[in-house]
Design a protein. Sequence first.
Lengths: 517, 119
Amino acid sequence: MDMQVAKKKLGLKERYAVMTRGLDWQPSYQKMEDIYPYIAYEGIKIHDWDKWEDPFRLTMDAYWKYQAEKERKLYSVLDAYIQSNGHLNVTDARYLNTVKLFLSGISPLEYVAHRGFAHAGRQFPGPGPRVACLMQSLDEIRHAQTQIHAISNYNKYYNGMHDFHHAHDRVWFLSVPKSFFDDAITAGPFEFMVSIGFSFEYVLTNLLFVPFVSGAAYNGDMGTMTFGFSAQSDEARHMTLGLEVIKFILQQDPANVPIVQRWIDKWTWRGYRVLTLVAMMMDYMLPKRTMSWKEAWEVYFEQNGGALFKDLARYGIKMPDCAAQIALEKDHLSHQAWSTFYNYGAATNFHTWMPDEDEMAWLSAKYPNSFDKHYRPRYEFWREQAAKGNRFYNKTLPMLCQTCQIPLVFTEPGDPTKICYREVDYKAEKYHFCSDHCKKIFEDEPEKYVQAWMPVHQIYQGNCFPEGTDPTVEGFDPLAAVLQYYHLEHGRDNLDFDGSEDQKNFEAWHGQATKNV
Amino acid sequence: MAVAAVKEYQFAPADTMDKFHGAQLLYIGWEDHLMFCAPFAFPFPPTMRFGDIIAGVLPGVFGYHPDFAQIDWSKVEWLKSGQPWTPDVEKSLADNGLKHKDVIRFRTPGLTGIKGSFS
């Protein structure tokens, strides 16, 4: 009689090997360079893909199971939050502007990251990084979806979020995060991994997600907070992948070191310039602050990042030079950014305001070297003028940096009284920059940045009005036409928080929820 | 340095003068007055008289600032691409040597912004 023998189960390690590297094969009738056409041109040399150490042992079947469970939990919390009118529990309706900034500035980047990792993963001949990129690609599209779902509830009640993706591709300041990611996904697969996988996910991510998620927690936004916690285990995996990519590339060939160093320098700076939006969010937009931008930079970059670059020194990698300039800017960045949005508050999809007395005191305490001297007088003047019905709205378009696309709002390193101007002549055209670092990025690859879709120039070329607009008719109002093109409603989605529909509605609804009216 | 690319990588710049319907871009900044967060970008016809910018454009742009009314235009110091420069107010932009995407700044001695804060 035959004995029934239980099938031997694969161990975790074997199972992982079978489900990842075991799925790879050597082509017999196609050349490797035809199958992987983008792997050589960046100059990175990889001698042995098998040296790739998988930073985490996760197979696709386990991935689906695990993520589905996490999302079931996330959506049940979101449902409860929505059904209990959780939006009325946020500290103050000003907080919602943080959510608008996140949805229109950051969530669309999650989607682009999904595309980027799918593309990079397809290009790597090694099965290890290919599987890791596939999973991160799926994470990123899940994050885009869950963020949109978490925030969609607010769209039922508040303004400025109704067409966030349309805005992302058009609104002047959203070209800053958009062009950052466009730059990354149009690079080769190795540069993409260094730019997003390492510089953004590893070095800078704590300065993006922690402020938004802890900001949500501090301000009663349970929806966004729950999303943040749900994404945390994915983010930890992304950071591990980013670090593994760097170490792998550097160990493969010494000729890779200067290329990687240039990418780290470039992407640390580009990422930091995007974080300008986070800096002002932390210091100005959260009614209940978590920590100042300066403190966050010191903890997450100067301390944690400092330790990381010390660790990478053994591979020949050093701290990016731009760190010195960033240290000089940390007393000024958020104030210069918020001043900019206060200037152009008629052309934004969120509201702006002047800090109140208590908030000014907080800013003075957090920025003793800069706030009272350089920014308080400006704010007090604006506040007085607004009280007289003369709120400052800057209606003339600003000059932009050709690389980061931020208006030239930053001051000279070490002199906060002078705007920093830099320029380059390239093939009979002039190009302008906000800093030496943005200038250098341009000079390294001018052909890439001469094509930049600069919002201000596009408006002047007549490309940012609704179809059929005739800008030559008598009384043509360019700002009104540009807002229509952005799908923003003047007087509702933009302008000051004081007097906004958001403010009135929140007050009325909150009153109904807490008082007997 | 050229862009690393799999094939030839050459593209026309997006902002050449021919795309601005007869105008050229001119950037203008007011030194020591950071209340205006950045220098401004303007599309002006090259034939425009420089004095018409001072008299006709700048008041609408910078006039909100209390210092603006106090400017003595005979004492203003101009910079072009960061170098001292003297415009002729009677001449056109082109005759003043201003080209597409040039950047000029003006300094107003004695005026240093709200309460001397360079704002």
